[in-house]
Design a binder for this molecule. Structure first.
Ligand SMILES: [Zn+2]
Ligand SMILES: [Zn+2]
Length: 334
């Protein structure tokens, strides 16, 4: 039996462990991919910290996978052998629930999430449902494309939830998602204000380099009030800070899968038709729209790479904010 190197998550609180697993066989409608690169995401941290629960165990994390099709399962005909594809967080849906029927497959009652319910991309090989894979624009290298598949996609969905008629956009937490969204928002003519952890001048300089018109601490007031705010940092207090900075009728969009509790706040911060909403997962339509738009901007992704064996180190550096932009695991054949 052919085996592959993986980084395995066994239990919350334990570091990822290097392991050898059998190379999976593609099932009906699936493709087997040789993984070239896989992005690291805040959701991975929430999984290893046990904040989401219900994940497969042991588990291969990783849901921003760039790989090449090397084998097709029964009935899988969408991609040719050798074609490069991307695998996102939404790995499959039931296709039959009320949400799937309404075009809200991101809210499916029986979803499969890559690197959560099924093994993901911190591995030499993975299998994926071909219907949920995306062809990738040729202008992006493997490493550049990886963060587009969650940071980019979820960021894009969150940005679209901010609405069409906004002029000023605040972004709280300037990491992988934010650095992509800021470029799209500038491309569409918005004023972009970036908020970081207080005193994180490296992230503030990074935000300015990636097109933000202003960057400051999350406790500061922006130069102008916000028509919309996107929150990518998992800190509930930021919802209150963002509401304080938001114009009448404005929206505060929470882009993360998990957040610390939102403190109580006076009703007058919400009054005048301000909204708070979350964004969950993605639809394939989000992916198609975003991957068509990204080369036009063109989106540039800032990457720190780590070899497969250092996936745990990449996660810890993400937790403590030791790099700007996105981290990507690169899989170099043994
Ligand atoms: Zn993610
Ligand atoms: Zn469904």
């Amino acid at each position: 039996m052919q085996t592959m190197r993986v980084m395995l998550f066994e239990k919350p609180g334990q570091p990822l462990r290097h392991a050898e697993l059998p190379v999976p066989l593609p099932g009906s409608g699936q493709v087997l991919l040789k993984v070239h690169a896989c992005g690291v995401c805040h959701t991975d941290l929430h999984i290893i910290d046990g904040e989401l629960g219900d994940s497969k165990l042991p588990l291969v994390l990783g849901h921003q996978i760039v790989g090449v099709v090397i084998r097709a399962g029964q009935g899988a005909k969408r991609f040719r052998i050798g074609e490069r594809v991307g695998v996102p967080w939404l790995g499959a849906t039931d296709g039959t629930c009320r949400y799937c029927g309404r075009g809200q497959e991101n809210l499916c009652d029986h979803p499969t999430f890559t690197g959560y319910n099924v093994d993901g991309g911190f591995a030499e090989y993975t299998v994926a449902d071909e219907r949920f894979c995306f062809p990738l624009p040729a202008t992006f290298t493997d490493v550049e494309a990886a963060p587009l598949l969650c940071a980019g996609l979820i960021g894009y969905r969150a940005y679209r939830m901010a609405g069409e008629n906004i002029e000023t956009l605040g972004i709280y937490g300037f990491g992988a998602a934010a650095h992509i969204v800021a470029q799209i928002a500038k491309h569409e003519g918005k004023q972009v204000y970036a908020f970081t952890r207080p005193g994180d001048t490296a992230a503030q300089e990074f935000a300015l380099r990636r097109g933000a018109d202003w960057a400051g601490d999350s406790t500061q007031a922006p130069p102008e009030n916000l028509d919309a705010a996107l929150i990518f940092a998992p800190v509930g207090q930021l919802v209150v800070e963002a509401l304080k900075a938001t114009n009448k009728g404005g929206v505060v969009v929470c882009g993360g899968i998990h957040m610390s509790d939102i403190p109580a706040f006076p009703y007058n911060l919400l009054w005048e038709e301000r909204l708070i909403r979350s964004v969950a997962n993605l639809t394939r339509r989000d992916g198609e729209e975003f991957l068509a738009l990204a080369p036009q901007v063109p989106v540039r992704t800032d990457i720190t790479t780590f070899p497969l064996e250092q996936a745990g180190e990449a996660l810890e550096q993400l937790r403590t904010g030791q790099f700007v932009g996105a981290a990507v695991i690169t899989i170099i054949p043994a």
